[in-house]
Design a protein around this ligand. Structure first.
Ligand code: ZN
Length: 326
């Protein structure tokens, strides 16, 4: 398929760089570092795989991994200015941006989001998981009341927020002691992000802001499988202990989430999310440079779905969600 829009594609800007678990092979890491910051190499890869446009986003943990609020606010601005100048202004037909913000200071996060969207034309925001705070034992999640000024601005600007994975907080890693190789994208990413999304759903955030849309990568971090089970069991519980949500948890997945194909070249999984949510809420993504566009595109362009669905997932849904004029 030509003219695809890929929605989870990352860059790095020193000193912010990709944090892994040191379990990756040297040759893989060297290739990632080379491709993270090279826009021409990115365009070559997009051209070779029928990808017309991507709103680039900062690699994990990005701004969320900077515990000092002032440093985090400054770095978010620097990153957004860099995306605007190096990607969006240089290649406006190929690159857009998902803004980085510092939730360490939610008012500043709202102001930076407003600046990025209104003055520079960013089409959304990316949050790389929980936010590191001055007290390292207390990570900040997006369901916290502390984040309210950020959500008010998201609702006012009417832009989607991509909730991207990061390596789970150190308090969560004991269960995988001895298996550090799966802390990150092989396993821990999905669990951490799914639980973060569950916190947002259960908190009633989407009853308060019913039009807010969250994008999840990796075909929804398995939530289409796990949320129906949650609802099945919560039937027998009193209202305490699982937040103030008004609807069953899985219902919010259909009303407030978009799921992308990043890093998952699996037709049965795609079919599952198409059945559980709506094809209108599925987006194409690769997860460059951590994934190869040839692998994800090669699968997506030929997987057994209708051509109409392929056009929706590969392009039309992203045009609508990010309000892209092209
Ligand atoms: Zn990613």
């Amino acid at each position: 398929m030509q003219r695809k829009i890929a929605v989870e594609e990352h860059y790095a800007l020193p000193p912010v760089k990709a944090a892994g678990n040191n379990a990756f092979r040297e040759d893989y890491l060297a290739d990632i570092q080379r491709r993270l910051s090279n826009r021409e190499a990115r365009i070559e890869e997009m051209d070779a795989n029928g990808i017309e446009y991507t709103p680039v986003s900062l690699t994990e943990p990005g701004i969320q991994g900077i515990p000092n609020p002032r440093e985090a606010v400054d770095m978010a601005k620097r990153c957004n200015d860099h995306v605007y100048e190096y990607y969006m202004q240089a290649y406006p037909k190929r690159f857009g941006g998902l803004a980085s913000v510092a939730l360490q200071n939610p008012k500043a996060a709202g102001a930076e989001l407003e600046r990025s969207v209104k003055q520079m034309g960013f089409v959304g925001c990316m949050i790389n998981g929980f936010t590191d705070m001055a007290d390292s034992s207390k990570p900040l999640y997006l369901d916290s009341e502390f984040c309210l000024p950020f959500w008010e601005m998201v609702a006012e600007l009417d832009i989607p927020v991509f909730l991207h994975p990061r390596v789970p907080h150190f308090s969560q890693r004991l269960a995988l002691e001895g298996y550090e190789g799966i802390w990150g994208s092989a396993w821990g990413f999905g669990r951490e992000t799914a639980e973060h999304a569950v916190r947002m759903i259960l908190s009633g955030l989407f009853d308060r802001f019913p039009k807010v849309n969250i994008v999840l990568g990796h075909v929804g971090e398995a939530l289409t499988f796990t949320l129906p089970r949650m609802d099945h069991r919560l039937r027998y519980q009193s209202n305490t202990g699982h937040g103030r949500h008004e609807k069953p948890a899985a219902a919010y997945l259909r009303s407030n989430f978009y799921l992308s194909t990043s890093g998952n070249a699996r037709t049965p999984q795609l079919r599952n999310v198409m059945a559980e949510i709506d094809v209108e809420r599925i987006l194409f993504a690769v997860d460059m440079p951590f994934e190869k566009a040839s692998e994800i595109s090669g699968w997506f362009d030929n997987c057994e779905i209708s051509e109409l669905d392929r056009q929706k997932i590969g392009r039309a849904n992203a045009l609508r969600l990010f309000k892209l004029k092209r």
